[in-house]
Design a protein around this ligand. Structure first.
Ligand code: ASP
Length: 312
């Protein structure tokens, strides 16, 4: 089976069958990653450039590792220390890299739509590794994979996305994905951080009370306050944010069930999530990171058109 798209620009562009295919392929790659030799030759004739114009820890390491596990040749580019500081345009940078015969570009950029722009102008397959406040598709895919691994399915499961919904590309990609896969979705947080269009556009529940959100959900996906993307004051202080919206053990202990806690990282401990929750057995944060490699292997493998051949 093949994906219906040449690029992974966002979950918005995928059909449910694509999502299913990526998650199923990732299950096979997760099995590869448990073997003593965690490597397959699937992409040994493919060259991939990782183009990071914005900071990243997990996503960047995860893509690099996925590429290496698939035996691809990789090149790493970061904007700092490059000719970007000399005034080179994005398109010039990428065309120069492509003239060295690169097949795929994994790209993170602070401008929403940057990977879509590239996809219109260059022949390589583009994977969006996070663009501004728009999408972070592989994060939503690994979140979905992790939920499916825990609960068996996404369909009918109650997922609350909690925190800075307005500036989070993780929130948007999760919303598209979860709705396409039949989950029940709630966005929760302070009214100033939840865009009013969301309720109707996505047909989601909106909740401003954290305790009620936690009582409703099976899974709480807790998001970081994106201070670097906020140019106005949307809440009084990080301390007050923690008091009203920080996920704490005392809140979870009041529930009559055990919910799953997720976070895409980096965590601001003591702001959106307290340490006694982040490090508890209810938290699957490190499993999300582990699953990220298998999911990214699946995305790269399928975009390289290897969907019908053997992966080992
Ligand atoms: N790492 C995620 C992202 O790049 C989440 C975050 O930064 O809060 O969007």
């Amino acid at each position: 089976m093949q994906l219906s798209t040449k690029h992974l620009l966002g979950i918005r562009e995928l059909v449910p069958r694509d999502i299913q295919l990526i998650l199923d392929t990732a299950t096979q790659f997760k099995e590869v990653l448990q073997r003593p030799i965690k490597k397959v030759p699937s992409l040994r004739d493919v060259t991939i450039v990782n183009l990071f114009y914005e900071n990243s820890t997990r996503t960047r390491i995860s893509f690099e590792l996925a590429e290496k596990r698939l035996s691809a040749d990789t090149i790493n580019f970061s904007a700092s220390g490059s000719s970007v500081s000399k005034g080179e345009t994005l398109l010039d940078t990428v065309n120069n890299i492509l003239s060295m015969k690169v097949d795929m570009v994994v790209m993170r950029h602070s401008a929403s739509g940057a990977p879509h722009f590239l996809a219109k102008h260059i022949p390589a397959a583009i994977v969006n590794a996070g663009d501004g406040i728009n999408e972070h598709p592989t994060q939503a895919l690994l979140d979905a994979f992790s939920i499916r691994e825990k609960l068996g399915t996404l369909e009918g499961k109650k997922i609350a996305i909690i925190g800075d919904i307005m500036h989070s590309r993780v929130a948007l990609s999760n919303l598209y994905l979860l709705k396409k896969m039949g989950a029940e979705v709630m966005v929760a947080g302070p009214p100033t951080l939840i865009p009013t269009y969301m309720k109707e556009a996505f047909d989601v529940r909106v909740e401003y009370n954290l305790q009620k959100a936690l009582e409703w959900c099976d899974v709480a996906n807790v998001l970081r306050i994106q201070l670097e993307r906020q140019n106005q004051v949307l809440f009084s202080s990080l301390r007050e944010y923690n008091l009203a919206y920080g996920v704490k053990k005392s809140l979870l202990d009041r529930l009559d069930k055990e919910i799953i806690v997720m976070h895409p990282g980096p965590i601001n401990r003591g702001v959106e999530l307290d340490s006694d929750v982040a490090d508890s057995k209810q938290s699957i944060i490190l499993q999300q990171v582990e699953n990220g490699v298998a999911v990214r292997m699946a995305v790269l493998y399928l975009l390289a058109g290897r969907g019908e051949s053997q992966n080992n």
